[in-house]
Design a protein around this ligand. Sequence first.
Ligand SMILES: C[S@@+](CC[C@H](N)C(=O)[O-])C[C@H]1O[C@@H](n2cnc3c(N)ncnc32)[C@H](O)[C@@H]1O
Length: 244
Amino acid sequence: MNQVITIPSVSMDHARQAEYELAYQSSSDPWDYASSFDQVRFATIADVAKRWCPAPENSLEVACGLGYQSRLLAEFAETHWAYDYAPSAVQQTRLRCSDLQHKVNVDVRDALNPGYPDNFFDLIVMADIAMDENDDWWLQVLTKAKISLRKNGIMVVSGRIKEPSRREFENRFALLGMSVKERIYFHDRYWFKFRSLVKRVFPKNLSTRILSSSTTLGGLRAIGRLQGVNGSIHFGVVAQVGGE
Ligand SMILES: C[S@@+](CC[C@H](N)C(=O)[O-])C[C@H]1O[C@@H](n2cnc3c(N)ncnc32)[C@H](O)[C@@H]1O
């Protein structure tokens, strides 16, 4: 039987929203999402999501950032929904999905209070969303997302979650009555070490060129893979509502 949990109440943090908006206004790519690693990360997440939910009637991306992930999810969803609370991110996502605009809905919302109907989505994806916020915030975000998932719906959630926090991360899904069906590893440990070195040593143009090389990424990921689960800084799970 599922444990009964009390959902903490947390109010919207306008200062955080303004910080994110400022980040998007100050840089066209504040977190290097065009880099080869992040492009592979988005593709990996989309592949896993598609394997578990090949033809969602409604899919959602929470905190869509620049829209790379939503672009991939929208390809196999009947209707794709996405939101972010930075208006500039929403605008970027709309642009990136403009060729699929007939089936993509993007707007500004807060993950604490997204306001979608209950039992609506077959698939919800969230990645790298403010997981450094406090536990109450995170539990509230997951709870709101879960309420809008259909029975047997799938959530794919990932972020920079190192050992030993992974067990705690997975436990939150159990608390919500969801079962973890798969763990996702990104083999990115050496990528991040190399990235900070390259950015420190080389001027921006050159570092961008080095970091966009798929050969470099392939080599670094291979070393990460050899390290097993510790070779991944990003970690994710596929969780299912009511799944056994
Ligand atoms: C580091 S970016 C990650 C973007 C994207 N998910 C990815 O993996 O590329 C974090 C994003 O989360 C959004 N965000 C953070 N807190 C949010 C909230 N409470 N509601 C909606 N979006 C939020 C930010 O505006 C930002 O676009």
